[in-house]
Design a protein around this ligand. Structure first.
Ligand SMILES: *[C@@H]1O[C@H](CO)[C@@H](O)[C@H](O)[C@H]1NC(C)=O
Ligand SMILES: *[C@@H]1O[C@H](CO)[C@@H](O)[C@H](O)[C@H]1NC(C)=O
Ligand SMILES: *[C@@H]1O[C@H](CO)[C@@H](O)[C@H](O)[C@H]1NC(C)=O
Ligand SMILES: *[C@@H]1O[C@H](CO)[C@@H](O)[C@H](O)[C@H]1NC(C)=O
Ligand SMILES: *[C@@H]1O[C@H](CO)[C@@H](O)[C@H](O)[C@H]1NC(C)=O
Ligand SMILES: *[C@@H]1O[C@H](CO)[C@@H](O)[C@H](O)[C@H]1NC(C)=O
Ligand SMILES: *[C@@H]1O[C@H](CO)[C@@H](O)[C@H](O)[C@H]1NC(C)=O
Ligand SMILES: *[C@@H]1O[C@H](CO)[C@@H](O)[C@H](O)[C@H]1NC(C)=O
Ligand SMILES: *[C@@H]1O[C@H](CO)[C@@H](O)[C@H](O)[C@H]1NC(C)=O
Length: 571
C-alpha cells in the first residue's frame, strides 16, 4: 500500500529546523513502496557524525498543545541496504526539536522491542538483537546504561540460541520475561498434519537477570491444544518448517505473580497461574471464557494490563485481517473478571487507517489516568507511530520509512525527564575550512543547550583557546556560523548544559585531522583577549551564564550567529 497518498499533507520534513530550510520531503524523497527493501527509503546524515544514518521522519500532523513532552524509542529493522538499522531515540516533544534524533547506534543490526525500563533502580535501554527467522528470532537481550554502554547481555536459560525477539520485560524484581520458540515433535492430525509432525512450542521464561537463575518456564503445548489455532498449516509441519500454531508475542507479570500472555495465532490472551502454569482464563479465541463485546481481535500483539493491581483494563494492538481489506487498531478493553466480560472502551488508529500485518504495540502514556492521559502506538511492520489523546484523537502522526521496506517491532514514548543521556564519547565536530561554519553533534547527549567554538594556534597542552562563537543547540546537529571570526589553525567546541556546566569537549581539528587533547587543554574564557572581555560584558547581563563564561556571539564578531539544524537527505 502506498501511504504517501494525497489524502494527507506532509507538514514538514524533520531534521531541518530553521523554517527557511524546511524542504519538501515529497519532492526530494522517493517513497515508491514498490521497491521493497531498496536503499530508496530515506535516511538522514550528519556532517559531524558520519557514522549515523537514522530514519527521516515525516510528521503528518502534530497538535503541539496536545502532545506530551517525550522521547520515542524504537528499533529500526530495515534491510542491509536500506541504511536503516539499529536502536533509535528521537525527541518527539512539541517545539523546535520535534522530530530530531537524540541517539542511534550503528553497532547493532536487528534490534527489537527497544525500550526504556528500570534495572536496579536506574533507567536503562533494553532490546533484543539477533537474527530474524521465520517471524521470530534467535538472539539475545541487551541492557545499556545512560552512557549507552552495554551493562548486561544474556540469553534464555538452557536455550542459548533461542532468545526470541517478541518480549523483553524487566519486572519490579529485576527479573526478565522473555519468549522462546522451541521446535517439538508431536501429533499434528487435529490440524491436518502428520502423526509425527513438527511445531513451534510457544514458551516463555522468567529469569533472574543478575544470577541467571531460571525462576519460571511455561510451554504452550502443555496447556493449549494445537487445534486452538487459527493459523493454517499449509505445507508446514515438517522438521524444516515446523507449524507455528501459537506464536507467543507478549508476556507480563501482575502483582499477584500471575502472567498475561498473548498468542497471535489463537487470537487469545491467557492469564497464567504463576505457580502452577495452569491457565486461569482465556480471553477471546476458540475457547474464550469471556464474552467479548465490540472487540473481536485477530493476530493481535502486546497485551498489557493498564494496572496490574486493579486489573480492570487491558490494552492490545489488534492487527486484524489477513490482507489489505481492513485496518489495524489499538484497543483499550474494560475487563470484568467476575462477570467475565471484555468490552471495547476506546479504539485508536492513525489518519490513514494503516493496516499492519504483523508486530505493533499500544502504550498508555499515563496508565493511572485513563480518562485524560495520552496513548502511543507503534504500527509494527509498517513504519508509523502515532500519539493519541485519551479519546483516540490523533495528536501526532508520523511515518519513518517507505511502507513495507522497514519496520519497528514496537515504539514507545517516555517523558523527557525519565532519560538523561550521558555518553562517554566526546562530542563531535566538523569544520570545513573553506566553509564558514562549524558543525557539532553528540550522539546520545540530552543535556546540551549551548555549543561554544574556540580557536588556538596549537593543538596541545600549550594551547590558549579563544572563544569565537556560541549558539543554542538546534536539533541533533548544530551549525554555528563563524564567518568573520578571527580564526587560528585549530578549532574545537565545548558543550554546555542549561546551567552553563561543561558537559564535554570535542577534539581539536584543523579541518582535516582530529587531535584528542588532554584535560589540561580545556578551553576556558579566562585567557586575555577580546573574547574574554566580551564574555565578561555578556555575563554581567545574564547571571546564569556567568559561571561558564558563555559569550554572546554578537559581541564576538559583531553579528548574530546563525544557528541551523542540518541534515542531508539521502535517497
Ligand atoms: C508541527 O505543527 C506545526 C503547526 O501545524 C507546524 O508549523 C510545524 O512545522 C510542525 N512541526 C513539524 C516538525 O512537523
Ligand atoms: C565522531 O567523529 C569521529 C572522528 O573524530 C568519527 O570517527 C566518529 O565515527 C564520529 N561519530 C559518529 C557517531 O559519527
Ligand atoms: C549487519 O548485517 C549485515 C548483513 O545482514 C552484515 O553485513 C553486517 O556486518 C552486520 N553488522 C553488524 C554490526 O552486525
Ligand atoms: C547482534 O546480533 C547479531 C546476530 O546474532 C550478531 O552477529 C551481533 O554480534 C550482535 N551484535 C552485538 C553488538 O552483540
Ligand atoms: C555506564 O557503564 C560504563 C561502563 O561500565 C561506565 O563507565 C559509565 O559510567 C556508566 N554510566 C552510567 C550513567 O552509569
Ligand atoms: C518446556 O519445554 C522444555 C523443552 O522441552 C522442557 O525442558 C521443560 O521442562 C518444559 N516445561 C516447563 C514447565 O518448563
Ligand atoms: C480439538 O481436537 C480435539 C480432539 O483432539 C477435540 O475434542 C476438540 O473439539 C477440538 N477443538 C477444536 C476447537 O476444534
Ligand atoms: C484443516 O483443514 C480444514 C478443512 O480444509 C480447514 O478448514 C482447517 O482450517 C485446516 N486447519 C489447519 C490448522 O490448517
Ligand atoms: C498522570 O495523571 C495523574 C492524575 O491525573 C497526574 O497526577 C500525573 O501528573 C500524570 N502523570 C503524567 C506523567 O502526566
Amino acid at each position: 500500500m502506498l501511504s504517501f497518498s494525497t489524502s494527507r499533507t506532509v507538514a514538514a520534513a524533520v531534521g531541518i529546523l530553521a523554517a527557511s530550510q524546511v524542504v519538501s520531503a515529497i519532492d526530494s524523497v522517493s517513497f515508491d513502496s514498490g521497491t521493497y527493501g531498496s536503499e530508496e527509503t530515506p535516511y538522514q546524515t550528519y556532517t559531524s557524525s558520519p557514522a549515523l544514518t537514522p530514519p527521516e521522519l515525516l510528521i503528518y500532523s502534530n497538535t503541539s498543545d496536545a502532545i506530551t513532552d517525550g522521547y520515542v524509542f524504537f528499533g529500526v529493522d530495515g534491510t542491509s541496504d536500506s541504511g536503516q538499522m539499529g536502536p533509535c531515540i528521537f525527541d518527539m516533544s512539541p517545539g523546535d526539536r520535534l522530530g530530531t534524533l537524540v541517539w542511534t547506534s550503528p553497532d547493532y543490526n536487528k534490534t527489537f522491542d527497544v525500550s526504556l525500563q528500570t534495572y536496579k533502580g536506574e533507567p536503562v535501554i533494553t532490546f533484543w538483537n539477533g537474527t530474524l527467522l521465520d517471524g521470530f528470532g534467535h538472539g539475545s537481550y541487551y541492557i545499556l546504561n545512560q552512557s549507552y554502554n552495554e551493562i548486561v547481555h544474556f540469553s534464555p536459560v538452557g536455550y542459548e540460541e533461542y532468545g526470541d525477539l517478541h518480549e523483553f520485560r524487566i519486572t519490579d524484581d529485576d527479573t526478565a520475561l522473555v519468549t522462546l520458540y522451541i521446535i517439538k515433535q508431536g501429533d499434528l492430525t487435529t490440524v491436518n498434519g502428520t502423526e509425527d509432525g513438527y511445531f513451534y512450542d510457544g514458551a516463555f521464561q522468567e529469569i533472574d537477570i543478575e544470577t541467571g537463575e531460571l525462576i519460571f518456564m511455561w510451554n504452550s503445548s502443555d496447556h493449549v491444544a494445537l487445534n486452538e489455532t487459527y493459523n493454517e498449516i499449509g505445507s508446514a509441519g515438517d522438521e524444516t518448517t515446523p507449524f507455528d500454531y501459537f506464536h507467543i508475542n507478549s508476556v507480563t507479570k501482575d502483582v499477584e505473580g500471575n502472567y498475561l500472555i498473548s498468542s497471535r495465532t489463537t487470537w487469545t490472551l491467557y492469564k497464567i497461574n504463576g505457580t502452577t502454569g495452569d491457565i486461569i482464563w482465556r480471553l477471546h479465541g476458540r475457547n474464550s471464557d469471556f464474552t467479548v463485546t465490540d472487540a473481536d481481535f485477530k493476530w493481535q500483539h502486546n497485551a498489557r494490563w493498564t494496572d496490574t493491581t486493579a486489573q480492570t483494563h487491558i490494552s492490545i494492538f489488534d492487527n486484524q485481517g489477513t490482507n489489505d481489506d481492513t485496518y489495524s487498531r489499538g484497543m483499550l478493553l474494560a475487563i470484568d473478571q467476575d462477570a467475565m466480560t471484555a468490552e471495547l472502551v476506546t479504539e485508536f488508529h492513525n489518519g490513514d487507517s494503516t493496516w499492519s500485518m504483523y508486530e505493533g504495540n499500544l502504550q498508555c502514556l499515563n496508565c493511572s489516568n485513563l480518562d485524560s492521559g495520552n496513548w502511543f502506538m507503534g504500527y509494527g511492520n509498517q513504519p508509523y507511530f502515532t500519539e493519541y489523546s485519551a479519546d483516540g484523537t490523533v495528536v501526532m502522526d508520523v511515518q519513518f520509512a517507505v511502507d513495507n521496506a522497514v519496520n519497528s517491532y514496537r515504539a514507545y514514548k517516555y517523558p523527557k525527564t525519565s532519560w538523561v543521556g550521558k555518553p562517554t564519547t566526546n562530542p563531535n565536530i566538523s569544520w570545513d575550512t573553506s566553509a564558514e561554519g562549524v558543525y557539532f553533534s553528540w550522539n546520545g547527549a540530552t543535556e546540551v543547550e549551548t555549543w561554544e567554538v574556540y580557536t588556538a594556534d596549537e593543538a596541545d597542552s600549550t594551547a590558549t583557546w579563544t572563544q569565537v562563537a556560541s549558539g543554542a543547540r538546534a536539533g541533533f546537529e548544530t551549525l554555528l556560523d563563524i564567518s568573520g571570526a578571527d580564526l587560528s589553525t585549530y578549532v574545537r567546541g565545548k558543550a554546555l548544559d542549561a546551567d552553563g556546566n561543561i558537559l564535554g569537549l570535542t577534539d581539536a581539528t584543523d579541518g582535516t585531522s582530529f587531535y584528542t587533547l588532554a584535560d589540561e587543554s580545556t578551553p576556558t574564557t579566562s585567557s586575555s583577549g577580546s573574547a574574554s572581555s566580551d564574555a565578561a560584558a555578556a555575563s554581567s547581563t545574564d547571571d546564569d551564564d556567568s559561571a561558564a563564561g558563555i559569550t554572546a556571539p554578537s559581541t564576538v564578531f559583531g553579528g548574530v550567529a546563525l544557528v541551523a539544524a542540518v541534515a542531508a537527505l539521502v535517497m
